[in-house]
Design a binder for this molecule. Structure first.
Ligand code: C2G
Length: 129
């Protein structure tokens, strides 16, 4: 079984998130998603509107997602990849090159982002309503 993994906040879940997860799932037979905790989002300098448990519940409900865990720090990826026997690590290409240090442990792919949509875009729109 070819296992794929990705990490993210997935706040205000939108088509960009969905398209990424569906494309990643098609690179293998199993997709694991690590959802950033609220505390880790602070470390990332991101404020999510939905709390971690809700964001994880949305991601876990997707047909293309097989397992969901939590991302609590930057440094857990090598451990996760080895522990879960991951074959492919994938992210949107706004992260291009940032995770190449994982190459000794698994294949690393960056997929084109879905243009014109982001959680921050929706937050801005919502605040001006
Ligand atoms: N994404 C996308 N298209 C968009 C928006 C996001 O393909 N229009 C992708 C991002 O590239 C990322 C994933 O969706 O791979 C999740 O995006 P975020 O929730 O913004 O994740 P981020 O805050 O970038 O956290 O350790 C990695 C970090 O936790 C990633």
């Amino acid at each position: 079984m070819k296992k794929v993994v990705t990490y993210g906040t997935f706040d205000l879940f939108h088509i960009g998130h969905l398209r990424l997860l569906e494309r990643l799932r098609n690179y293998g037979d199993h997709l694991t998603v690590f959802v950033s905790t609220d505390e880790f989002n602070e470390v990332k300098g991101k404020k999510s509107l939905s709390k971690c448990a809700d964001r994880a519940e949305v991601v876990a409900a997707l047909r293309c997602v097989d397992e969901v865990y939590f991302e609590t720090c930057w440094d857990q990826k090598v451990h996760d990849i080895n522990r879960l026997d991951i074959d492919i690590f994938g992210m949107g290409d706004d992260w291009l090159g940032k995770f190449d240090f994982l190459l000794p442990h698994c294949q690393v792919i960056y997929l084109p982002r879905t243009e014109g949509v982001s959680s921050s875009y929706f937050k801005k729109k919502l605040s001006s309503v």
